[in-house]
Design a protein around this ligand. Sequence first.
Ligand code: ASP
Length: 319
Amino acid sequence: MIVCKFGGTSTTSLKSIQNIKALKEKNKKRQVFVFSAIGKKYQKDKKITDLLIEITQNINVSKNKKLILNKFNKLQKDLKININVKKLLNKYYNYFLLTKNADYLISKGEYITTLLMSKYLDIKFIPAEKIIFFQNNKINYKKTKNKLIYYKNKYKIFATCGFYGVNENKQIKLFSRGGSDITGAIIAKCLNANIYENWTDVYGVRQVNPKITNSKQIKKMSYADLDIMTRCDANVIHNDCIEILYGEKIKLKVGNIFDIKSKKTIVVDRYKKVKFVCCKIDKDKVIIVYRDKKLNLVKNECELSNYKENILKIYEKLY
Ligand code: ASP
């Protein structure tokens, strides 16, 4: 069984949306589809989550409401479906004004995106509030697993929203930013999935942050190595996923939704050490973490002003 999670950019273009459908048709083992809220279409664009956060802070409320509605309507046009999203948004906004629960309103980005995508994919929509449960700020795995198994047996295939769950008082509670990855990992663990596919807009995990240089893709690696990288500047997947997935015999595959046939990075419990250069920025200091020629882990401290050049130097010298 495969759990797949689609990042925010996956729902920004017709091509990626069609790729999601193609993935569903191509392999019937893909049975859980987790969605992030619609993300950025271009560099200066804003994610729905960021727009909703601004609304909860009373920033540009009517302008941001319009921007959100435009994004959902563009998605509806691509999907050829027609739901009154404006009415839904107003209802959620009014409820937020009453309760002042920001997490509630912010979660609606994932909720509406998933609702629309489930209609397009023609699969059951199970909102996260029915399957992801917190207790004392931690995941209640027993309850979460029971509910997941119940819905999985009932519907075989379904879509759900990433990024949030409900606490013991039935209040919506968000994960940290990028948390839809965490939802997917929890579901993969609870349902004993063999594969957790994480579809992003980049070609898997690279040896160096693609914002710094265009390095080689890492084809296969261990969770331990991914853990080191995601504690640094590899933000291709949320670091919290690793603890959830490690030791569960789940293969994590990180792929590009705009090019679904391209090679993915595969992450497994045990694998030989791989080469990478990453960094952790701490105020005005930067710690560069990399593997030397003998694959030993090395840490170097440098100034913020020249860390990118230093990373490039190490990368060019070593690999
Ligand atoms: N939409 C949320 C965020 O922007 C969660 C996610 O995308 O994973 O952080």
